[in-house]
Design a protein around this ligand. Sequence first.
Ligand code: F6R
Length: 261
Amino acid sequence: MEVILQPDGQRAAALTAAIVAETVRRKPATVLGLATGRTMEPVYATLVQIHRDEGLDFSRVRAFNLDEYVGLSSDHAYSCRGFLKRHFFDAVNFDVRNIQMPDGMAEDLEAESHRYEAEIAASGGIDLQLLGIGVDGHIGFNEPLSALRSRTRVKALAPQTIGQNAALFGGPLKVPRRGITMGVGTILDSRRCIMLATGESKAEIVARAVEGPIAAMVTASALQLHPRCTVVVDEEAGTRLQAKEYYRWIFENEPEWEAFR
Ligand code: F6R
């Protein structure tokens, strides 16, 4: 795991987008794992800008989203698909045939979970997975106590997650109660992942995920097991980290980061 501290949220998102853009330039048929949520909005906005300015080509990129709410149709504005359509897919040149989402309206959600895992495997696996982190430490909708080897399945949303998304849906009672999500094990199978966290509300959980023990109560802590995981935080989300100077030293000295400094 590597931790990169950036002065503010905009620069943290820009760095994340730069890594995605570089990955797509190097491998035009990249398989991307996507995340939704407020943290990701400036990342997609930056990618859209790069597409407009430099013609970054998404026509061969395959996209798998992490999760979807159960019971929301894909054209619902607050569904994960609706979010990505608005912020990303419609603004760049994705081929719709290359976009995969778990179907939260499927009659048989267990079969849908298996289908999704099989689609990911058939694509050759995820090259780069984008992740946010919930205030309860979730990645995807892998709420506290999710098995660290779990695969795509339905999970009940934790009260904290419902609270986190209440404003978006117009009150906690309107937030769906369940999500269909890639499992922690599915995420750990990606070749590379970037977890982006911004803002003071994420500071405590970021410190627990990065510097605390690996524990099912904080599913993001499982990323410590990932062979190539980069955690990008702004100053606010990084305030509780103990080893900030070490992370800065690595970022300044690792040749890999030369082009991104
Ligand atoms: C979204 C997702 C969630 C969010 C997390 C952070 O697809 O899987 O894990 O990444 O809840 O959400 P925001 O960015 O809104 O704080």
